[in-house]
Design a protein around this ligand. Sequence first.
Ligand code: FMN
Length: 170
Amino acid sequence: MKILVTYFSQTGNTEKVARSIYEGCQGEDVDLKPIKEVDPSDLKNFDLVFLGSGIYASRVNKALSDLVAAAQELPLKFIFFSTHASKEAYQDGFKVVKKKIAESSQIIDEFDCCGDNIGVPEAMRKAMLERLPEDKRKEAEEHQQWLKGRPNEEDLQNAKNFAQSVIKKL
Ligand SMILES: Cc1cc2nc3c(=O)[nH]c(=O)nc-3n(C[C@H](O)[C@H](O)[C@H](O)COP(=O)(O)O)c2cc1C
């Protein structure tokens, strides 16, 4: 099976997850590439594409939908993966990409995990916290602590296991 793992990653969290997914795909004919290095006309040559991004203002980066839109022909199977600072992936980050893919292909699974929001400047984070009422501020500070260093070893192992189990089922 020919597999592509491709991703947009502004601050490196999604890239770490992509590498773990790539590790989980060993044994198959698998490529790992940042999305800007993917030639849209090459997409059709893959049986399965793992497509990933961080979540920014509730959406994945536009590079994902641009790639899908630029491809004349799409692979039949996609799997989405994302990292986000929220506790749960409650945001439909892939909404636009999904719409484009659904016409011709199947989204067979999704993986997500938390990613430390190191890309948000410290001063901005502090200012946001200061605007919150006391109880909410405490909650947000706890959340920040919990998020620190994510994706961690366990998250990355989960990503690898996810890829292995999904491939086994195909
Ligand atoms: C500009 C910006 C906007 C973000 N917006 C969101 C958001 O709407 N929801 C969320 O859960 N996380 C948000 N985050 C956190 C990122 O999704 C999270 O840190 C993710 O792991 C970043 O992935 P990356 O390191 O691959 O770029 C935002 C981060 C940045 C830098």
